[in-house]
Design a protein around this ligand. Structure first.
Ligand SMILES: NC(=O)C1=CN([C@@H]2O[C@H](COP(=O)(O)OP(=O)(O)OC[C@H]3O[C@@H](n4cnc5c(N)ncnc54)[C@H](O)[C@@H]3O)[C@@H](O)[C@H]2O)[C@@H](O)CC1
Ligand SMILES: Nc1ncnc2c1ncn2[C@@H]1O[C@H](COP(=O)(O)OP(=O)(O)O)[C@@H](O)[C@H]1O
Ligand SMILES: [K+]
Length: 500
């Protein structure tokens, strides 16, 4: 597990480290600069004579890190220059102290620095202290850095990227590598920040879990290779691994049902039954002969049969779909995954009473998982899609609280959260998964995990992770251009736990 922190959390952990653990701020700054220096030496020591480093320093402690880095590199024989941006009178105490020390080292700091003479550009304008859009001299400096040739390193956060949301505030530094200090910031993982950050290296500067003092970060992710499936019972039979009921696929939309059913089987469910439109009987039986088939008339008895239920992929928004949803909500209390049109129906005026009923069931303890993409989420929350996209973790939390459910808010970086506790941000997957039907596969994966007895939050986080890993494997086979949802289903579980 890897923590992802906000600016506020990071500042609190800095403060705790200094005030409670007794490690002075200048020590932390020195370690931050040493970590950045280590990285640069790893890359450039072999070509030190030809390496000229230009550091753009703002007036906060991020700039202070930059000044300390300039000193360390100069002491090590590198050609270094620093370009200060901002009013030195207003610099932080640590910055001023670094500036005084720097005067004893051979670092160029005068105002006529020709940027194109330098082949390494270091951005130390703003870190987690960025509080408003980058404008004026600062924006000019960011543009100058971006225009420069050569290797680009950001200290802590690329300037202009919001540490919490990954949004660009005004304009932002486009880094090849970001060395971030203590813990990885959310904005380095969320888009577009992730693209601006380039490769992210998290450096240990002496701020660790001891600095939480009971306040853990509210977001985490899994690193590749760290997710475990439930141990498979060697003596198990198909009943042991769960009966999964899937209500999916209206007339002409049988593909959604086939993809989700296949994914549930590929994830390990013992039995999968598909309830779908009568017209789909033949195509389902040919497309996935391993699945049991039922028409909508057999829904009620199938609810009794099932251990877990999913509804939504390809069901449409017609009256029959609404009736199926009504039956599933009212006639059963079993764990329920709602996706796609099931969510759209709940968001419509017609589905309002059902949504109320579902909320009440959630409050009474029914296990509910909602898996909206940004469009579905916006309809459920009655917000614009850009509002949802701009702060997906916050919107996912609202949804989880509203339905007393596990919310899986899908996007390039999917968020999973419960009513209470930390959110999971997924980092597996790729743009090849932005293809019709890949959400149906995810529904099947989560259903398959639930069928085997995984608890709901774990099935959601593990499911999203595995789905993304399968997408990465599929992209390895077919490229990000060529991935189709069926490929993702085929790649599930294959080598999933191999470290990348
Ligand atoms: N506090 C600590 O002990 C440590 C802090 N470290 C560094 O310190 C950084 C945080 O330092 P600060 O809190 O001083 O913040 P920053 O250095 O990120 O910048 C904040 C300063 O920029 C100004 N500012 C913010 N947005 C602006 C904008 N758009 N235009 C113009 N000015 C703007 C603020 O008013 C403030 O003066 C971290 O990112 C990290 O690089 C590291 O040295 C590790 C230890
Ligand atoms: N750029 C991307 N990077 C990683 N994952 C992505 C990307 N785009 C889409 N996905 C994933 O693909 C799935 C798409 O789901 P959804 O939008 O419901 O598709 P559909 O409705 O076509 O089945 C989600 O799990 C989402 O997280
Ligand atoms: K920076």
């Amino acid at each position: 597990m890897k923590y992802l922190v906000t600016a506020q959390e990071m500042k609190q952990y800095d403060k705790n480290t200094i005030e409670y653990l007794g490690i002075p701020g200048p020590v932390l700054m020195e370690r931050a600069a040493l970590a950045a220096e280590d990285f640069l030496k790893e890359r450039f020591d072999a070509v030190k004579e030809r390496t000229k480093v230009l550091i753009f320093a703002g007036m906060g402690n991020n700039g202070g890190d930059g000044l300390a880095l300039a000193r360390l590199l100069a002491a090590d024989g590198y050609a270094v220059a620093v370009k200060c941006v901002g009013d030195m009178q207003r610099a932080t105490k640590q910055w001023k102290s670094q500036w005084q020390t720097l005067q004893h080292f051979p670092v160029k700091t005068d105002s006529n620095i020709a940027v194109d003479e330098y082949n390494v550009i270091v951005d130390a304008l703003f870190g987690v202290g960025l509080s408003r859009p980058v404008e004026g001299n600062y924006a000019d400096a960011v543009k100058e850095m971006n225009k420069a040739e050569g290797f680009k390193l950001a200290l802590d956060v690329p300037s202009g990227i919001c540490s919490d949301t990954g949004r660009v505030l005004g304009c932002a530094f486009l880094a090849d590598v970001t060395v971030t200090f203590g813990f990885c910031k959310r904005g380095l993982v969320l888009y577009p920040g992730a693209e601006y950050a380039g490769e992210v290296r998290t450096a240990n500067v002496g701020i660790g879990q001891e600095s939480f003092l009971g306040q853990e970060p509210e977001m985490y992710t899994y690193e590749k290779g760290s997710v475990q499936l439930l141990k498979r019972n060697a003596a198990g039979n198909k009943g042991t691994f769960g009966k999964a009921l899937l209500v999916a696929g209206s007339n002409g939309m049988a593909g959604a049902a086939i993809l989700a059913a296949k994914a549930a089987y590929r994830t390990g469910a013992g039995m999968v039954k598909v309830i779908t439109a009568e017209e789909n009987r033949q195509i389902i039986q040919q497309g996935i002969p391993e699945a049991l088939y039922g028409s909508c008339r057999q829904l009620t008895e199938s609810l009794d049969w099932a251990d877990v239920i999913a509804i939504g992929p390809g069901i449409g928004r017609e009256e029959q779909a609404l009736q199926c949803l009504k039956t599933v909500v009212e006639r059963s209390r079993k764990p329920l995954v709602l996706d796609a049109d099931a969510l759209n129906l709940l968001a419509e005026e017609n589905g309002r009473m059902l949504a109320e009923e579902l909320r009440a069931q959630g409050a009474e303890g029914r296990v509910i998982l909602l898996t909206p993409h940004v469009g579905e989420l916006s309809r459920l929350l009655k917000r614009t899609t850009s509002e949802c996209k701009d702060d997906l973790p916050a919107c996912a939390k609202i949804l989880a609280k509203r339905f007393h459910a596990v919310a899986v808010a899908k996007d390039a970086r999917t968020v999973v959260c419960k009513e209470q506790g930390a959110c999971y941000l997924n980092t597996t997957g790729n743009s090849g998964m932005a293809t019709a039907g890949s959400g149906d596969v995810l529904t099947g994966v989560i259903l398959g995990l639930l069928a085997q007895g995984m608890d709901a939050p774990e099935a959601a986080t593990c499911g999203v992770y595995l789905h993304g890993m399968a997408g990465d494997l599929a992209a390895g086979l077919h490229t990000e251009y060529g991935v189709m949802a069926g490929d993702i289903a085929e790649c599930l579980i294959k080598n999933q736990n191999k470290k990348a």
